[in-house]
Design a protein around this ligand. Structure first.
Ligand code: C2E
Ligand code: CA
Ligand code: CA
Ligand code: CA
Length: 280
């Protein structure tokens, strides 16, 4: 009977989790129907190491649920994907991001994350084009970040869409590089415009005296060399410490992003905040 009780408890937890998820799904649907009420974007600066300035911002989605408070994107993006709402959510995000960037200095870029599901739901290329036309944003200022997961399910269709996007003049970067199974083969499949080194490698740069630290440094060095060999810039994410920053600069990484430079912020202050030159 002890086993059976344990199963009952397990069932109850499962049922609760399922209810909670259904609730989030339905509330997210309502939020989208109400023009994104409770949804917002925050912007995290990307800092160029070659000329020591902020070159653009990555837009990150936020959701303040009316009863549960902040729900992280790692939680609500998959819900939107599975519930068939990612096209709609993705459109809301892209519209917001392009509107925001349109108001910034015109040499700043805006990076927007694409979920793999967005590639397969609706006509993404037509939507991106319509958004660029509506906002008048220079396509060269828009960068779409995709993870290699985008090329797993239906690579042919994904490549078709990615090429269509590139033809619009927007840039496509490979996010979370090195965390999936075959990043290298994807670099050969599609002409990405930039590589983003995943935070897990960046953080290893602090431990250069340990074996894993040495490996992290070797990997970062190799990825930077690879990017440069194929002629595209490499940006490191999750830079939190001065040591990481200094190592990346010494390794000739092109740009960095992370809490050391700036956390994701709801509004851009105009003029841009003076950058803390101590760390450069
Ligand atoms: P990502 O695209 O890899 O985004 C980077 C994540 O790292 C963000 O988490 C960011 O807030 C966090 N981060 C930035 N700098 C640092 C740092 O120095 N240290 C640490 N520890 N973390 C840092 P966030 O905003 O929670 O987003 C998580 C993931 O959710 C994103 O990973 C992305 O995959 C997804 N996501 C966020 N916004 C969107 C969106 O608008 N659309 C789509 N499709 N996915 C999104
Ligand atoms: Ca990203
Ligand atoms: Ca990333
Ligand atoms: Ca990620």
């Amino acid at each position: 009977t002890e086993g059976r009780n344990r199963w009952r408890a397990f069932d109850a937890t499962m049922a609760q989790a399922l209810l909670y998820r259904r609730r989030l799904e339905s509330d997210l649907r309502d939020a989208l129907a109400a023009d994104g009420e409770g949804l917002s974007l925050v912007y995290q600066p990307q800092f160029c190491l070659n000329d020591s300035r902020i070159i653009g911002y990555e837009a990150l989605a936020r959701w303040k649920h009316p009863s549960f408070g902040a729900i992280p994107p790692a939680e609500f993006i998959p819900i939107a994907e599975e519930a068939g709402m990612i096209a709609e959510l993705g459109e809301w995000i892209l519209n917001r991001a392009c509107d925001a960037a349109r108001a910034w200095a015109d040499d700043l870029t805006i990076a927007v994350n694409l979920s793999p599901a967005q590639i397969f739901e609706g006509d993404l290329t037509a939507f991106v084009k319509a958004t660029l036309d509506r906002t008048g944003l220079d396509p060269a200022r828009l960068e779409l970040e995709v993870t290699e997961g985008v090329l797993i399910d239906n690579p042919e269709r994904a490549l078709h869409v990615l090429h269509g996007l590139k033809d619009l003049g927007v840039r496509i970067s490979m996010d979370d590089f090195g965390t999936g199974y075959s990043s290298l083969s994807y670099l050969q499949t599609f002409p990405f415009d930039a590589i983003k080194i995943d935070r897990s490698f960046t953080q290893g740069l602090d431990e250069t005296r340990s074996k894993t630290g040495l490996h992290a440094e070797a990997i970062v060095r190799a990825v930077i060399g690879l990017g440069h060999a194929i002629g595209i810039p490499v940006i490191a994410e999750g830079v939190e410490t001065q040591t990481q920053f200094d190592r990346l600069k010494a390794l000739k990484c092109d740009a960095v992003q992370g809490y050391l430079i700036g956390k994701p912020m709801p509004h851009l202050i105009d003029p841009l905040p003076e950058f803390d030159t101590k760390i450069v």
